[in-house]
Design a binder for this molecule. Sequence first.
Ligand code: MG
Ligand code: MG
Length: 255
Amino acid sequence: MVEIKTDAALEAMREAGRVVAHALAAVRDAAAVGVGLDELDGVARDVLDKAGARSPFLGYHPSFAPAPFPAVICASVNDAIVHGIPDGYRLRDGDLVSIDCGAVLDGWTGDAAISFVVGTADPADEALIDSTRQALEAGIAAATVGNRIGDISHAIGGVARAARRGMPADFGGHGIGRRMHEEPHVPNSGLPGRGYRLRHGLVLAIEPMLIAGGRDDYRADPDGWTLRTTDGSRAAHVEHTVAITDDGPRILTLP
Ligand code: MG
Ligand code: MG
């Protein structure tokens, strides 16, 4: 069932989203050559704790995973696409890092992700991140009252295909509210004009994940969580929680 939020709920979700934005900014600031992914998780934990927020990632245990997720961020480096577990790996010069973070504040959830390069960036990685951000912007621009889910999917997929990037077909965005994952699913490619019609008060997490090599397939690490490209090429993942409103799309996960 798709839950339409009241305007009061949208304001509460804006506050949850603000916490997520602050956590991601703190992680971005802390990320440097030699810093451990587990240290970045600690940075995000501090931000959530100080804000009185809870992590919707920590302890999350979907059916596909062998164990509950042990951290408050996903940290996916280089050929990892999404769902990387922040372990003791220390960042190296030129690593492409995607950080996904969520927060629950006063019962409402925010969910967002950023991709960036640590140290000296390979121009190819910058181009991949740029196309992933453009896909997100196109998806958000299509998140307007009267459009359908398929219009968002089509906008994201169009940018990805034009840039000759791959995308893992089984993963995409989602409704979000009191729970992190609600109806409807928001595929990252699809036909325009299809699917659930967007209306004021619908809140979606929109999250393109692009694979540099152009292939769509992926594999899971033995940990059951981390998804990697099969060709070893790098991936980027960016996400915002976005409210559909009569005044246009409103990004809730901004500072
Ligand atoms: Mg996320
Ligand atoms: Mg999400």
